[in-house]
Design a binder for this molecule. Structure first.
Ligand SMILES: O=C(O)c1cc(=O)[nH]c(=O)n1[C@@H]1O[C@H](COP(=O)(O)O)[C@@H](O)[C@H]1O
Length: 281
């Protein structure tokens, strides 16, 4: 795989301007495979991923395969994931690998090799990571991403209600842990134009982020659709940072498949609602 000639943040900003900011997750839940008339096995997984990529990769800014739904089928599922990444990227979508990795630095380097080394078959435009082993443990991934022109999305305030117990806990200096992480991200992105390559994950399901989101990077906002958030929630949650939000939806779009036209219409509707909500903010 060749290294792209622009950093991820610049490529993402261009894709958001060109295609609208939507990210669609590729989450092949067993229930969705069944609803699509597919078998809950590797053949069904392959068909699901291919149909989703064929319907959406030439029009949405970002596709986000959720690695666990592929890994549950073992090595053959991972082979489908490799093909999905390659097909989505060659059709023009940016691929955000939703792997949510987080480990001690020396192991983080191995995760970075898997997802952020252009020589890897799983090389992606960006990967999700967890900073809750300490932001510094992410250094190998941050460095690998920078070298490859890729991005890293760091969990800050997740969309699930349980997340607050950790993420809103207060650090010794009085900041909520999520703010500590966001401040690290802002430092990583300092000076980047038009947008840094280190993004934060902040759930659209929150009442109010209640933290400073000015990280000069993208803000991935999962939780729209199946988890109950709507595009209209974005201005309230993200405030002045709403222009950097990449709303993310999986089941809310995927439930309209397997028909390609219906998938496209659902993604277009969601993208339009997000655009309208952001423009009205
Ligand atoms: O990193 C993520 O994408 C993520 C972070 C988060 O805080 N909440 C969250 O739901 N996600 C992912 O976003 C997707 C949400 O799927 P839906 O609820 O079907 O739209 C799943 O793949 C989750 O793993």
């Amino acid at each position: 795989m060749t290294i792209p000639n622009l950093p991820f943040g610049a490529r993402l900003r261009a894709a958001m301007d060109d295609r609208g900011p939507l990210c669609v997750g590729i989450d092949p839940h067993a229930a969705l495979l069944t609803a699509w008339g597919l078998t809950d096995d590797v053949a069904g997984l392959e068909r699901f991923a291919r149909l989703t990529v064929e319907a959406l990769a030439d029009r949405v800014a970002v596709l986000k395969p959720q690695a666990a739904f592929f890994e549950r089928f073992g090595s053959r599922g991972v082979a489908v994931l490799e093909k999905t990444v390659e097909e989505a990227r060659s059709a023009g979508a940016l691929v955000l690998m939703d792997a949510k990795r987080g480990d001690i630095g020396s192991t983080m380097a191995a995760y970075a090799s898997a997802f952020l080394d252009p020589a890897s078959p799983l090389f992606s435009d960006a990967v999700t990571v967890s900073p809750y082993l300490g932001f510094g443990s992410l250094r190998p991934a941050l460095d690998a991403a920078a070298a490859a022109g890729s991005g890293v999305f760091v969990l800050a305030l997740t969309s699930n209600p349980e997340g607050a117990e950790v993420q809103r806990a207060v650090a010794a200096d009085g900041r909520p842990l999520a703010q500590v992480m966001l401040d690290h991200m802002a430092a990583e992105n300092a000076g980047a134009r038009p947008l840094g390559s280190v993004g934060a994950v902040v759930g659209a399901t929150l009442d109010d982020a209640g933290v400073n989101l000015a990280i000069n990077g993208p803000l991935l906002a999962p939780g729209i659709g199946a988890q109950g958030a709507t595009p209209a929630d974005l201005p309230r949650v993200f405030g002045a940072a709403v222009g950097n939000v990449v709303p993310s939806v999986s089941r809310g779009v995927l439930r309209h498949g397997p028909d390609a036209a219906a998938l496209r219409a659902a993604a277009e509707r969601c993208a339009e609602e997000c655009r309208a909500a952001v423009a009205g903010a």
